[in-house]
Design a protein around this ligand. Sequence first.
Ligand SMILES: [Mn+2]
Length: 320
Amino acid sequence: MSVKTIKAAIKKFDRFLISSHINPEGDSIGSQIAVASLLRRLKKDVVILNESPVPHTLRFIEGADNILKEIPRDFRFQAGLILDCPDMTRIGNVSEHITEDNVLINIDHHISNENFGRFNWVDGNVSSVGEMIFDLFKAFRLKIGYNEAVALYVAIMTDTGSFKYTNTTSKTHRIASELIDVGVKPYEIYGRIYEANSLQDTNLLGEALHTLKVTENGKVSWLWVTKEMLKKTKASLEGTEEIINFARSIEGVEIAILFRETGTEDKIKVSFRSKGKADVNKLASFFNGGGHATASGCTVFGKIEEVEKKVLEKAQGMAK
Ligand SMILES: [Mn+2]
């Protein structure tokens, strides 16, 4: 399906529930805020509902305060607009509010997307849902305002690793350029998000780097974040997502892996990053996870040492 079909679908309904995945990042938060603004300009009733809170580095985005954790009691909606989610389990407890009567509109860029909606606009070739929402503004012939531009810029900047991942295209830059023309200041947005780490999170990075290892052939690197480290540094789990980039940045590495102990016993969160050669969506799908070819994740049950062994075996098979 294309942006045109989604435009036609949106026109049919008046009341929307917008949601996105648990543990949200820049693309999910920025895209939700931008599309909510678009719908309100079309005189639609809109509620954004997320299971998880907005990470503190993203709270500066105008409209972030309007993301709710509980649905207003009298709010009835016709359509659920689900962003940046490969499947419906990713919206967590928000799914409890969705009934058979609700039409789902699915806008996503994960190649592993299950096309769970009545309307599915899924494009695995775009950097971010932010780019897709930009196209939606164009389809409705709406001039993008400053706050909308900031939200979209955040979505695109974060999902492209600040315009350096393989998903960054000339169109990505053309969109960014247009958003800058609206008034977005790249240094300001970058500073807000990437130069606002807490001392605790930086100390955690130090701890995690002590566990960094690389396979003999140098193609797979990995590190750990344990419960012990989180306790010692008082860091937040929220601040751990960027740590994997240090493993990825080593010369010759093709696959980087981060193993994180969660609060739950023997449940390990595993994140993967690839520099482009290895398809880590495939790697994650061995363990019932998914994502993109260059960034993906899964949850594996077991002790961290056991999970490391299992996952490394598969990863090494893919990066020989
Ligand atoms: Mn995304």
